[in-house]
Write a protein that binds this ligand. Structure first.
Ligand code: SF4
Length: 204
């Protein structure tokens, strides 16, 4: 997708900002887009592949022949053939769903940002963990648990200092019996689940 420079139309038809991709409406039932001029962009249904540094994803292209005679063509596209093209990734549905969820729960997302963002920022940017070394949910969970344990220890040391932390750890009385009692049902289901996995692995 090529973004044209910001210019204002002599015919008073707005600016390039009025023809950004978010001004195109997607219609899931017909798998088409409607552009700001009311024309329908369709797809051939073919998937194309875009490769990035560490991953790749697929997308479909949407176009309309109406671009050829469109009075705002120069605002809408800088493509040499004058035809605007919209790309829709295989993840667009999930992204849109997340967008709606965000709009409906802005305060919650803000809170999440305040609490969690600096943790992931530290782990990814400062420590360089922008990907896991292991693969598979179980192993990745283990790797993440180790990283988070180190993060928590470092944070506790920063807040309390080593001496106070050691002091608190010496006095710490974990409430495991109470925890076990209140989570008996969940633990039982977890055990059954683990047994089922073990059983499956030994049969396989
Ligand atoms: S150039 Fe094409 S996509 Fe853009 S507004 Fe005109 S008809 Fe619609």
């Amino acid at each position: 997708m090529v973004c044209p420079p910001t210019i204002v139309n002599a015919n008073n038809k707005g600016t390039t900002a009025d023809y950004m991709v978010d001004k195109f409406n997607y219609n899931a039932a017909s798998d088409t887009y409607t552009c700001p001029e009311g024309n329908i962009l369709t797809t051939t249904g073919s998937w194309h592949k875009k490769t990035r540094e560490r991953d790749s994803y697929q997308f479909k292209k949407y176009r309309t022949p109406a671009c050829k005679t469109c009075p705002v063509q120069k605002l809408c596209t800088a493509k040499v053939d004058g035809r605007r093209e919209i790309d829709r990734s295989q993840y667009a549905d999930a992204v849109e769903k997340n967008g709606l969820h965000y709009k409906a729960n802005k305060d919650l997302y803000r809170k999440r940002q305040e609490i969690n963002e600096h943790i992931f920022g530290t782990i990814k940017r400062q420590w360089g963990y922008n990907h896991t070394n292991l693969r598979g949910l179980e192993k990745v969970n283990g790797e993440m648990a180790l990283i988070m344990t180190v993060y928590n220890m470092k944070r506790a040391i920063n807040i309390l200092g080593i001496e106070k932390l050691l002091e608190k750890l010496k006095k710490w009385k974990p409430k495991y019996p109470a925890f076990l009692k209140s989570n008996k049902k969940q633990l039982f289901l977890r055990l059954c689940d683990n047994f089922r996995i073990l059983n499956y692995k030994s049969v396989a």
